[in-house]
Design a protein around this ligand. Structure first.
Ligand code: FAD
Ligand code: PHB
Length: 388
């Protein structure tokens, strides 16, 4: 098989890149190691910045998001058992869209199927080669048969554990990493959200987050130990722990119910530099991870592929400047989102090694934050997304 761009991974970054390239008339094939159902079963992000919304509109799949997604003008920060509203729209003139990654992925998959562009699901032993020269290729095994795709470029949209970053000679990569000493236990349930906006909670027992997917579906998280296991958490235990971390009046309003999904995610900050090696580009979680506290991961993936598709369109029109500066342009935005996600994680969680001084510093910073319009604006402008 021959194509212009071979995309590895059918997560949000691979599917969105495929849609952007297809719209520009650039031929592409997506190769994914899992089944479509497996990809849709992973419950992850919930908050989209305006830039991500704009990109989904640009590829013509925004209709369901605008009909079913929930625009949010603010969220609550909660500490010392009190909730303080951060007025995102009042402070920045912008809002965010609450619309699940699962739904974004489903919309992109439906559009891809309708376009007739090829997607190979359940591809085994995926390998990439030749990207340091002029003739890159992708090999994989499907239903026991070996296949090869020849292409002009490879887009590594294959997430943190993918094959693309791992195929780059290690001496050509600079890796920057911070692993946090805790995880998030998440629960999804068909119950109405406790509040119409998100609540981020700093509590002596640990962080908690009240999020949502719709007016009838809630997503909640509690900070847990890194070595904790989801099997140790009954639904009842989860709800009891969440209630303990909420102010009494909020806990009293919480509707509980059976979980649809429960999982533990470790928290990590990670950046691999650069993001281009000859004819291989990395995008999304393949190149960087942020802890979910700032709700930035999916949004960064979307902006990476926005830059990448534009660079490739320019290339096919005879301008190589875009692909030459792809890495640098992405990384500037990525490092700012890394800083924000790290800061918000540090502010809102209990760290096992922290003592009373560190707790006092968190309290003082939260107190400053909710009483200073300047500090609140800095939080709000990062949360809604810095300009491109
Ligand atoms: P992925 O979604 O990881 O997709 C990569 C794809 O590549 C996968 O389908 C995988 O199966 C495939 N793949 C892997 N290896 C191979 C291979 N060898 N060959 C072929 N295919 C391969 N972000 C936000 O912006 N807002 C939020 O509110 C938010 N909340 C989050 C909450 C949680 C609990 C978690 C865990 C994450 C959250 N994120 C959030 C982050 C967001 O989910 C990720 O940043 C996003 O999924 C990245 O998309 P991606 O396409 O780059 O990678
Ligand atoms: C979610 O709804 O899954 C979600 C929302 C906001 C975050 C992280 C996750 O910061």
């Amino acid at each position: 098989m021959r194509t212009q761009v071979a995309i590895i991974g059918a997560g949000p970054s691979g599917l969105l890149l495929g849609a952007l390239l297809s719209k520009a008339g650039i031929d592409n094939v997506i190769v994914e190691q899992r089944s479509a159902d497996y990809v849709l079963g992973r419950i992850r992000a919930g908050v989209l910045e305006q830039v991500a919304v704009d990109l989904l509109d640009e590829v013509g799949i925004g209709a369901r998001m605008h009909a079913e997604g929930l625009p949010h003008d603010g969220f609550d920060l909660c500490f010392d058992d009190r909730r303080h509203r951060i007025d995102l729209h009042g402070l920045t003139g912008k809002r965010v869209m609450v619309y699940g990654q699962t739904e974004v992925t489903r919309d992109l998959m439906d559009a891809r199927r309708a376009s007739g562009r090829p997607t190979v699901y359940e591809a085994a032993d995926v390998g990439v080669h030749g990207f340091e020269g002029k003739a890159p290729g992708v090999r994989y095994v499907k239903d026991g048969a070996r296949h090869e795709i020849q292409c002009d470029f490879i887009a590594g949209c294959d997430g943190f554990h993918g094959v693309c970053r791992a195929s780059v000679p290690q001496d050509k990569l600079a890796l920057h990493e911070k692993v946090y000493p805790f995880g998030w236990l998440g629960l999804l349930a068909d119950v109405p959200p406790v509040s119409h906006e998100l609540i981020y909670v700093n509590h002596p027992r640990g962080f908690a987050l009240c999020s949502q997917r719709s007016r009838t579906r809630s997503r909640y998280y509690v900070q847990c130990a890194l070595d904790d296991q989801v099997e140790h958490w009954s639904d009842d235990a989860f709800w009891a722990e969440l209630k303990r971390r909420l102010p009494a009046d909020t806990a009293a309003q919480l509707t509980t119910g059976p979980s649809i999904e429960k999982s533990i995610a470790p928290l990590r900050s990670f950046v691999a530099e650069p993001m281009r090696f000859g004819r291989l580009f990395l995008a999304g979680d393949a190149a960087h991870i942020v802890p979910p506290t700032g709700a930035k991961g999916l949004n960064l993936a979307a902006t990476d592929v926005g830059y990448l598709s534009q660079s490739l369109v320019d290339y096919y029109q005879g301008h190589e400047q875009g692909i030459a500066t792809y890495s640098e342009r992405c990384l500037r935005r990525i490092w700012r989102a890394e800083r924000f996600s790290w800061w918000m994680t540090s502010l809102m969680h209990r760290f096992p090694d922290n003592g009373s001084f560190d707790h006092k510093m968190q309290s003082a910073e939260l107190d400053y934050l909710v009483n200073s319009p300047a500090a609140m604006t800095a939080l709000a402008e990062n949360y809604v997304g810095l300009p491109l």
